[in-house]
Design a protein around this ligand. Structure first.
Ligand code: SF4
Length: 356
């Protein structure tokens, strides 16, 4: 059982973030924000995969204005991601966003910080301070003798202080590096200094394959140490893949329960059916399932029946026919061409959810 670090709890819309709540999964759109139709379509798709918070880049006045339309047409809370221009933050708040990602040290004088903090207070909107090792302010790295983790912490504390000076404490913070161990050490150091919730991630982690592995390692270490209250897996791919990867990491650590937990065999000379295609196809079409269910997809009758009987639902491949198990019992034999369909039907029966 993982013991989470004790933190304050903040709220992004209806999603609580902090040690008193589940670790939430978020993603970020990669459409042009001003293109409201495409942005809403992407957010709706993310919602269907149970993405709990969506961040949207707000880099122009037009993008900030578009938020009004976007927010109205989606259900998930939207966080506006802003750099430098505090006016974009104010417009985004007026548009109804539920969170801001903005570093107060980057928006200019104290008056502007005060304006943003006060508008956030009025609308009950928290601020995420997002420190990135690639964009540390001048001098902080030298001061910390090239130690990126320590430099990120110093930078984060400076931003926090600016908000605390305005009596603003509705804060979460991220310290992200592309290097796993630097990221971990940064969060460990910061955990000794503040009790604000952590948004965790490994920045610019890579493609769906390398990035999911890197994020799994980095976020896995952090979460195992109890550090992390909301996460984003950053991938060069469809943002939906970030959500799927995020839930997989949490599920594998026992930190979230819903969704499919898939066991599939690597296949060997004993395999009687094309397990690779079946498992890939199944993973693709079942990712929206919300109920927690263990599924085994096994290639033969050597290990297949054992694993399948221990899962909620499973198949064991045979020469022409494969066996379907449910609740620890064999419930039918199907031609190999029909076994995936039978597996899906049984999952739909158990969960009451429609897979396709
Ligand atoms: S379940 Fe059967 S086919 Fe799959 S790896 Fe094990 S022995 Fe090989």
């Amino acid at each position: 059982m993982i013991k989470r670090r004790h933190t304050r709890t903040i709220k992004i819309g209806n999603v609580s973030i902090g040690s008193g709540a589940s670790i939430s999964v978020q993603s970020m759109t990669n459409t042009v924000t001003e293109d409201v139709v495409s942005t809403v379509r992407q957010i709706k798709n993310l919602e269907s995969y149970n993405c709990e918070i969506v961040r949207v880049a707000v880099n122009t006045a037009e993008a900030a204005k578009s938020l009004k339309d976007i927010v109205k047409r989606v259900n998930v809370p939207i966080v506006a991601d802003i750099h430098f221009d505090h006016r974009l933050a104010l417009t985004s708040l007026e548009a109804g966003v539920k969170g801001l990602r903005i570093n107060p040290g980057n928006i200019g004088d104290k008056k502007k910080v005060k304006e943003v903090a006060s508008a956030c207070k009025d609308s009950g909107v928290p601020i995420r301070i997002g420190v990135n090792s690639g964009s540390l302010e001048k001098g902080v790295l030298d001061k910390n003798k090239g130690d990126f983790a320590a430099a990120m912490v110093e930078s984060g504390l400076k931003h926090i202080k600016l908000l605390e000076d305005e009596s603003f404490y509705d804060i979460k913070i991220s310290l992200k590096s592309t290097d796993v161990l630097t990221t971990v050490r940064g969060y460990e150091l910061l955990a000794e200094k503040v009790d604000y919730p952590f948004h965790i991630g490994i920045t610019e982690a890579g493609t769906v394959f390398s990035g999911a592995i890197k994020s799994g390692v980095g976020l896995g270490i952090l979460l195992y140490k109890g550090l992390g209250d909301t996460l984003r897996v950053s991938l060069s791919d469809d943002p939906v893949m970030e959500v799927i990867a995020g839930y997989n990491i949490l599920r594998d650590l026992g930190l979230r329960q819903g969704g499919i937990q898939l066991m599939s065999c690597p296949t060997c000379a004993r395999a009687e059916i094309d397990i690779v295609s079946i498992a890939m196809e199944f993973e693709k079409i079942s990712a929206r399932i919300k109920s927690g269910i263990k599924v085994a997809i096994m290639g033969c009758v050597v290990n297949g029946p054992g694993e399948s009987m221990h899962a909620d639902v499973g198949i064991a491949g045979g020469k022409e026919k494969s066996v379907l198990f449910s609740g620890g019992k064999m419930i039918g034999k199907y031609d190999n061409k029909d076994i995936l369909k039978a597996l899906i039907q049984e999952i739909e029966n158990i969960t009451g959810e429609k897979i396709n």
